[in-house]
Design a protein around this ligand. Structure first.
Ligand code: PSU
Ligand code: MN
Length: 304
């Protein structure tokens, strides 16, 4: 076994026979949601993936190893310990020091690719922050999407970010952003950001075929499958916009910066929406896990 990368036996077994596997992130558990909802949601996502006929692989860092396929005990520990937020640049230090870490989209993509997993479900990707022209705050998730061949199924990105700049950045870096049954980029809590997408698929089979062509051509990077929040769980765009502006203003006034910005804003939005943002978050995560599993199953079938 690789000393630094540990793949769980069921994930390894599935990969060995070319069966469908879906990676799941753990910064959601360490920083995205409070306990006990974080652990409940993480375990529910695994169940949904299994229900669609794929094997879940929750990624995280523990005991000096990058783990692909945390077990239930490890997920519970992650959810109740003070784990670090681990993006690409944090991997080496957190592994070297043997501490626990929840992996972001960037670090989860890196681990998934290393293990041979091609499909990953998350809530929302990081992106270009509002005011990035002053702060240079651009999530490492975007660079990872440009370089690492993993398909990320997400509900777009939160409008705590500058979504128009985020899409421009992805276009520049050659990352397909494909609407899943939608012609506009979803804004996480809100199904429609109003920003048009030029790429769209309707089914999991169609998405799987695009993956096959992307990597068959030797295009090295990843792909975003933008899957809107289910209609009955969305929060109205204008209301959300007011909450985001309030949260962002407070973060700026308090001097919150760097890796603390995203967790701070998420927490603040939970407060401002009286928990509605958390319910919406869980609903869209489950929806993304199901779609990712269907894409992974369709992708695995292409080789049969
Ligand atoms: N967006 C969300 N919820 C999250 C994150 C982003 O709506 O929990 C997390 C993801 O793990 C994402 C990370 O990869 O924050 C991005 O952080 P940063 O902007 O510091 O790169
Ligand atoms: Mn950042």
């Amino acid at each position: 076994m690789d000393e630094l990368l540990e793949i769980s036996p069921d994930v390894e077994g599935a990969l060995a026979v070319g069966a469908a596997v879906v990676a799941l992130e753990s910064s959601l558990i360490s920083h995205g949601m409070a306990r006990p909802r974080n652990v409940e949601t993480a375990l529910a996502l695994e169940e949904i993936v299994r229900g669609e006929g794929a094997v879940p692989a929750t990624v995280g860092v523990a005991g000096g190893r990058l783990k692909v396929g945390l077990d239930t005990g490890e997920i519970e520990t992650m959810g109740s310990t003070d784990a670090a937020k681990v993006s690409r640049r944090d991997l080496a230090l957190v592994l070297a020091q043997g501490s626990m870490g929840g992996t972001t989209v960037a670090a989860t993509m890196f681990a998934a690719a290393k293990a041979g997993i091609r499909v990953f479900a998350t809530g929302g990707i990081g992106g270009v922050h509002r005011g990035a022209e002053r702060t240079f705050d651009v999530s490492a998730d975007l660079e990872e999407l440009a370089r690492t061949p993993v398909c990320v199924v997400c509900a777009g990105a939160k409008n705590i970010l500058d979504l128009a700049k985020t899409l421009e950045y992805l276009e520049t870096r050659g990352v397909p952003v494909i609407g899943y049954g939608t012609a506009t980029f979803p804004a996480f809590y809100t199904a429609d950001s109003g920003l048009a997408l030029t790429q769209r698929v309707e089914t999991a089979a169609e998405a799987a075929r695009v993956l096959e062509v992307q990597w068959g051509l030797g295009l090295a990077g990843g792909m975003v499958i933008a899957n809107p929040i289910p209609a009955d769980h969305g929060i109205e765009g204008a209301a959300m916009e007011r909450f985001v502006e309030a949260a962002a203003a407070e973060a700026e006034a308090l001097g919150v910066h760097g890796k603390d910005v995203t967790p701070y804003l998420l927490d603040k939005l939970g407060e401002l929406t009286a928990g509605r943002s958390l319910q919406a978050n869980a609903a869209l995560l489950k929806n993304n896990a199901a779609v990712a599993a269907r894409i992974a199953v369709a992708y695995a079938r292409l080789d049969d």
